[in-house]
Design a protein around this ligand. Structure first.
Ligand SMILES: Nc1ncnc2c1ncn2[C@@H]1O[C@H](COP(=O)(O)OP(=O)(O)OP(=O)(O)O)[C@@H](O)[C@H]1O
Length: 582
C-alpha cells in the first residue's frame, strides 16, 4: 500500500476519534498507569530478593507487591472498559458519518454501485474500526510507551544487557516489516469479498420470486458461496501472516531471554552485576513480551483497519448532493402551480453510453395535465429524472418556474414536486408510514382525503390493522394496483406544485382506472401534472400531449390535433393506447 494512503488512513481514523479524544485519553492514561504499576513489580521483587539474602523481614515488600498486583487488576479492568467503550463510539461516529453520506449519494453513483456492497461497507467495514482503535491506536500508544519505559528501566539496571535485547528487537522489526504489506493486501481482498457476498445476496433476496421461478437458486447459491469462500481464503491468508508476525514477536522475547541469561550469567560471574540485577533484568525481558506483542498486533491490526478505511473512503469519493440538516417546507397548497420548460436538452447517463436526449424542447404552463407518449426507450422517464435533478443535463436548460434546476436548492426544488415512480415502490413499514413518507406532518383529514381520492378506503377497511397494517418489504403484501395508488396518495399528500406521474402500464382495473383519472384530472385543476402515459384514458383527457421518439420531441398538441397531425401518434393511438385500454 502506498505511503500516502497509509497516512490518510491514520488521518481518517483520527477524524473519527476526535470527538471521543477525552475518553480515549482517560482510557490510555488508565492503561499506562496499569503499565507503570506493572513496571514497579520487578523493582519490588529485586528489593525483596535483596532483603531475603540479608535475612531482613520481607512482609513490607510482600504487602507492597500484593497492593500493586491488586491495583494493576482494578486499573486494568477500568481502563479496558473505557477503551472498549470509546472504540464502540468511534464505530458509531464512522457509521453515522458514512450512512449520512450514503443518503446523499447521487442517483448516478448508486446506478454504478451494488447496494449490497455499499451495505457491507457501512456495517462490516466500519466494525473493523473498533479493533483498529483499541488494538492499533491505543495498542501503539500504550504498547509503544510501555516498551520505551521498559527499555529505560532496563538501561538503569544494565546497559550491556540492554544492547543485547535491542539487537533482538531490531531483527524482529525487520521481519515484521516484510510481513505487513501481505497482511494489508489479504485484508482488503477479504473485505472486498464480503462486499461481493453482500451484493450477490442482495441480488437474490431482492428478486427471490424471479430467482425461484427461474429455478436459479443453485446458480445464485454458488455465486454467493464463491464470494464467501474467497473472503474465507483471504482472511485465512491474513490470519496466517498475522500469526507469523505475532509468533515472531513472541520468539524474539524468548531469544532475548536466553541471550540475556547467557550474557548476564557471564557478567554475574565476572562480578560486573549482582544476581538481583540479573533477575530484575530477566523480569524486564519477560515483561517486554506484552508491549512488543501489543505493538506488533497494533501494526498488523492497522493493516486490517486501513483496508476497511480505504473501502469506506471509496464510498466518500462517489458524487453526492449537498448536506442538509432539515427538510425544506412543503407547499401549503396556496402557491401558484409550477411551470416547466426544456430548452434544447441533451443528456447521456454516462459518458460511455449513447445520448438519451438529443435536444428536447417543450414548454408547460402552470396547471393542467400534460401527457408524454412515445415508444419504449424514447426518453420519457428521463424527462422526469432531469426535472427532479436525479441527473444533470449534459447540455441545454431544464427550467422550473422559469429558473434553471441547477440554480435551485435541490431539496427545495424537490419539495415542490410529487413524484410517482413507474414501479411505484412502497417501503416496508405500515401503510400510514408509507402515506406520510413524503409529508410527515400531514393531518388525519388530509390522509383521509388522499385515501378517498385514490380509492384506498376499502382497502384500509379490509386490512386487519387498518392504516397500521404492515405492508411487508417493498409492500409485497399489497397488490400492484394498490401499491401504485398508495404511491399516488403519498405524492398528493405533499400538496405538490408539480405532480410527476410515471404510469405503470397495466396495474389498474377499469373501475380504479376511471377513479384515478378523475383524481388526476381534479389534481390538474390546482397543480401542474405531468404524466408518462401508457393509457388512452390518460391521453385523451390530457390538456396537451408531448410525443417523443428516440430522445426528441416530435409533436405537441391535443389528442384530436395529434391524431390528425402526427403520424407516430396516430399509430401509437391506434395500437398501444387502444390495446392498453381494452
Ligand atoms: N439509469 C440509467 N442508466 C443508463 N441508461 C439508462 C438509465 N435509465 C434509462 N436508461 C436508458 O435511457 C433510455 C431512455 O429511457 P427512459 O426510461 O427515459 O425511456 P421511456 O421512454 O420512459 O421508456 P418506457 O416507456 O419503456 O418506460 C433507454 O434506452 C434506457 O435504456
Amino acid at each position: 500500500m502506498p505511503t500516502d494512503t497509509r497516512k490518510s488512513a491514520w488521518r481518517v481514523l483520527l477524524g473519527y476519534v476526535r470527538p471521543h479524544r477525552g475518553a480515549l485519553a482517560v482510557g490510555a492514561l488508565l492503561s499506562l498507569t496499569m503499565g507503570a504499576t506493572g513496571l514497579a513489580l520487578p523493582l519490588v521483587a529485586q528489593d525483596l530478593i535483596g532483603s531475603l539474602s540479608q535475612d531482613e523481614s520481607i512482609s513490607g515488600a510482600l504487602m507492597l507487591l500484593s497492593a500493586l498486583v491488586l491495583a494493576n487488576a482494578v486499573i486494568g479492568a477500568l481502563g479496558g472498559y473505557v477503551l472498549q467503550r470509546t472504540a464502540e463510539s468511534v464505530v458509531l461516529t464512522a457509521r453515522r458519518s458514512l450512512t449520512s453520506y450514503l443518503m446523499r449519494l447521487r442517483i448516478s453513483a448508486v446506478d454504478a454501485s451494488e447496494p449490497g456492497d455499499l451495505l457491507a461497507r457501512a456495517t462490516s467495514d466500519t466494525t473493523l474500526l473498533r479493533a483498529m482503535t483499541t488494538e492499533s491506536l491505543i495498542g501503539f500508544g500504550t504498547g509503544g510507551l510501555t516498551l520505551v519505559a521498559t527499555l529505560v528501566m532496563m538501561a538503569l539496571v544494565d546497559a550491556v544487557l540492554l544492547l543485547v535485547t535491542l539487537g533482538v528487537i531490531v531483527v524482529t522489526g525487520v521481519v515484521i516489516g516484510l510481513i505487513v504489506p501481505v497482511i494489508n493486501r489479504a485484508s482488503k481482498r477479504a473485505q472486498d469479498s464480503v462486499g461481493e457476498m453482500g451484493a450477490a445476496l442482495e441480488r437474490v433476496l431482492g428478486a427471490l420470486r424471479t430467482v425461484k421461478a427461474s429455478s436459479a437458486e443453485e446458480r445464485e447459491r454458488r455465486a454467493v458461496h464463491a464470494a464467501a469462500e474467497e473472503s474465507w481464503r483471504a482472511s485465512v491468508r491474513a490470519a496466517k501472516w498475522r500469526a507469523l508476525a505475532g509468533n515472531t514477536a513472541g520468539l524474539s522475547t524468548q531469544v532475548a531471554f536466553i541471550t540475556v541469561l547467557a550474557v548476564g550469567g557471564a557478567r554475574v560471574a565476572t562480578g560486573a552485576i549482582d544476581v538481583g540485577a540479573l533477575v530484575a533484568f530477566l523480569l524486564y525481558v519477560f515483561y517486554l513480551m506484552a508491549p512488543i506483542q501489543e505493538v506488533v498486533s497494533a501494526i498488523t491490526q492497522y493493516q486490517v483497519g486501513s483496508a476497511a478505511i480505504s473501502r469506506i473512503q471509496e464510498v466518500r469519493e462517489l458524487p453526492s448532493e449537498p448536506e442538509r440538516t432539515a427538510a425544506p417546507p412543503l407547499p401549503t397548497g396556496e402557491e401558484k402551480p409550477a411551470s416547466v420548460a426544456f430548452r434544447d436538452v441533451h443528456f447521456r447517463y454516462t459518458p460511455e453510453l449513447p445520448p438519451v436526449h438529443h435536444g428536447v424542447t417543450f414548454e408547460i404552463p402552470p396547471r393542467g395535465m400534460t401527457a408524454f407518449v412515445g415508444p419504449s426507450g424514447a426518453g420519457k422517464t428521463t424527462v422526469f429524472s432531469l426535472i427532479e435533478r436525479f441527473y444533470d443535463a449534459t447540455d441545454g436548460r431544464v427550467l422550473v418556474d422559469g429558473r434553471d434546476v441547477g440554480e435551485w436548492d435541490v431539496a427545495e426544488l424537490r419539495a415542490q414536486i410529487g413524484y410517482v415512480e413507474q414501479d411505484a415502490p412502497v417501503l416496508s413499514g405500515s401503510l400510514r408510514d408509507n402515506l406520510l413518507f413524503g409529508a410527515p406532518d400531514a393531518t388525519d383529514e388530509a390522509v383521509a382525503g388522499a385515501l378517498a381520492t385514490t380509492r384506498l378506503e376499502d382497502l384500509v377497511r379490509r386490512l386487519p390493522d387498518g392504516l397500521e397494517t404492515l405492508v411487508g418489504h417493498r409492500g409485497t403484501k399489497l397488490s400492484g394496483g394498490e401499491r401504485q395508488r398508495v404511491a399516488i396518495a403519498r405524492a398528493l399528500l405533499r400538496r405538490p406544485r408539480l405532480l410527476l406521474l410515471d404510469e405503470a402500464t397495466s396495474q389498474l382495473d377499469a373501475v380504479n382506472e376511471a377513479a384515478l383519472r378523475d383524481a388526476v384530472t381534479a389534481a390538474a385543476r390546482d397543480t401542474t401534472v405531468l404524466v408518462v402515459a401508457h393509457r388512452l384514458s390518460t391521453v385523451t383527457s390530457a390538456d396537451r400531449i408531448v410525443v417523443m421518439d428516440a430522445g426528441r420531441v416530435l409533436a405537441v398538441g391535443t389528442h384530436g390535433e395529434l391524431v390528425a397531425g402526427s403520424e407516430l401518434y396516430a399509430e401509437l393511438a391506434a395500437t398501444q393506447f387502444l390495446t392498453a385500454s381494452a
